[in-house]
Write a protein that binds this ligand. Structure first.
Ligand code: EPZ
Length: 455
């Protein structure tokens, strides 16, 4: 029998739930509550504070290996991808401890005793970013042995550009038995042209190049904000990285004794922010989102205004409120930053499923990032997929149904749909959302959502 976890106060749609320090049971003793039950029809209202960006944290943590010494990372979200990374670093000999200060959690990491040991498969397979250990260990020790990574099942997710970068620097790379092995007597700077704009390859080559001899130039580099964030951390540790955020990044190699730890606060997670902005629109709510960098949200804000929502920016705050009508249909194409982020595509699909008119979303990054659609269609949406394009014929309303999350952002999309649907939607596979959204149930409930976890 599920514990009734609704807030004790009488439910009132017009009054946000009390700001109660309500610990989400998952964070409370780790019971495996892998389903979410979402009651539709609640307008989200109030303030929500965004955590550190998942995709930045999973790059900066392995980067502490390159820097050596002791680093203090701040604005670190309590998400399972971070938990797994701390386990992997401990396996390699690092010392880590969680810290907390006034505005959130942090990690104190010492990597002085790290050795290029083999990372266990059962950990590496849990996330994509485990492959950043390749660049970090190769860069510092000249050798690395990492199982092929896991992560969201959204496409083939090749690593050929990572291998190209390591080999260009002088490493010998083999992939056999599901393990990537890289080794080099010395790494020598060179120019690497990425055949495809790849966030992961850009980051991995940066990590390998910091201690390489001479100048490394990455051309056709990814420009995501978390690449800039990583460069800022590396430079604070003594590295010499220039051009992050542009498509040409230059890394001048330094010696190990020039490197040291540093204190670094990770940038806010604009995909978490985008998800709450979309949920605010989907529920005809009014939500103020704190601790954001509005520029990072520009493509999402622009699209939400196109569909008829109101977006107001002020410093590190964005307020989003609905105009009370169904969204207008729009067309979206996902692109590398500063284009519309692929990671916001799935929650946006849920919102557009009730638009007036037919929307089209073309997914240019991941060929397998439409698995949420079959689940949405169980709720009464009318979406079909032709190649890389989802054609979304708007319907007036969704109806609750038991649905299954298949990846991180699909889970977010299904929660948005549940918030919109008539009735109680049961979403299984919620372990996916815990990979990238810190205290998601707490945050939704503080905004007035009726959502609970169940076994
Ligand atoms: C990162 O994945 C993010 N993950 C993804 O977020 C995000 O969707 C993606 O960047 C794009 O922004 C992390 O940062 C941990 P890519 P990554 O290399 O690095 C092709 C989420 O929801 N490619 O930029 O794996 C690839 O197939 C996750 O938070 C190659 O062909 O993505 C894709 O089409 C999901 N060869 C395109 O490049 C390679 O060697 C972009 O991939 C590498 C990539």
């Amino acid at each position: 029998m599920a514990t009734e976890l609704w807030l004790p106060t009488p439910y009132d749609n017009n009054r946000p739930n009390p700001a109660q320090a309500w610990l989400d049971p998952l964070n409370n003793g780790g019971t495996s509550l892998s389903r979410l039950v979402v009651q539709g029809g609640c307008r989200l209202r109030g303030n929500v504070r965004i955590g550190g960006r998942k995709n930045s944290v999973v790059a900066v943590i392995p980067a502490t290996i390159v820097c050596g010494g002791v680093s203090r990372l701040e604005n670190i979200p309590h998400i399972t991808d971070v938990e797994v990374f701390t386990e992997m670093l401990r396996e390699l000999g690092a010392d880590l401890e969680w810290t907390s200060n006034g505005c959130g959690s942090g990690l104190l990491i010492s990597t002085a005793n790290v050795t290029p040991a083999k990372v266990p498969y059962h950990l590496a397979k849990k996330l994509r970013a485990s492959y950043y250990l390749l660049g970090a260990l190769l860069g510092r020790f000249g050798e690395a042995e990492i199982p092929l990574p896991g992560g969201c099942d959204i496409g083939l997710r090749p690593i050929d550009q990572h291998v190209k970068g390591f080999e260009s620097l002088g490493a010998e790379v083999t992939v056999e038995g599901g393990v990537v092995r890289a080794r080099a007597d010395r790494l020598v700077g060179t120019t690497v042209y990425l055949d495809v704009v790849s966030v992961g390859a850009t980051i991995n080559i940066m990590l390998a190049a910091v201690l390489a001899e001479g100048l490394t130039v990455i051309e056709n580099a990814a420009k995501e904000p978390h690449i800039v964030d990583l460069a800022n951390y590396l430079n604070a540790c003594g590295a010499r990285v220039q051009g992050a955020g542009t498509d040409v990044i230059r890394i001048r190699g330094v010696s190990k004794d020039e490197m040291h730890g540093a204190t670094h606060a990770v940038i806010p997670d604009e995909i978490e922010a985008a998800t709450f902005m979309i949920a605010a629109c989907a529920t005809h709510g009014d939500v103020t989102i704190e601790n954001v960098i509005p520029k990072h949200l520009a493509p999402v804000s622009a699209k939400l205004e196109e569909i008829g929502a109101n977006v107001w920016e002020n410093g590190d705050v964005v307020r989003v409120w609905s105009n009370g009508h169904r969204p207008k249909a729009v067309h979206i194409t996902t692109l590398p930053y500063p284009g519309f982020p692929t990671d916001a595509q799935q929650p946006m699909t849920s919102l557009l499923s009730v638009a007036v008119g037919t929307s089209m979303i073309t997914e240019t990054i991941w060929e397998g990032r439409f698995k949420h659609i079959q689940e949405l269609n169980r709720m009464g949406t009318r979406i079909k997929v032709e190649g890389r394009t989802a054609i979304i014929e708007g319907v007036p309303a969704l109806s609750a149904a038991p649905i299954q999350a298949t990846d991180l952002r699909a889970a977010a999309a299904l929660v948005v749909a549940g918030l919109m649907a008539e009735g109680e939607t049961e979403i299984s596979g919620v372990e996916h959302i815990d990979r990238g959204y810190d205290k998601v149930v707490d945050k939704l409930r503080l905004l007035g959502a009726r959502v609970r976890r169940e076994p």
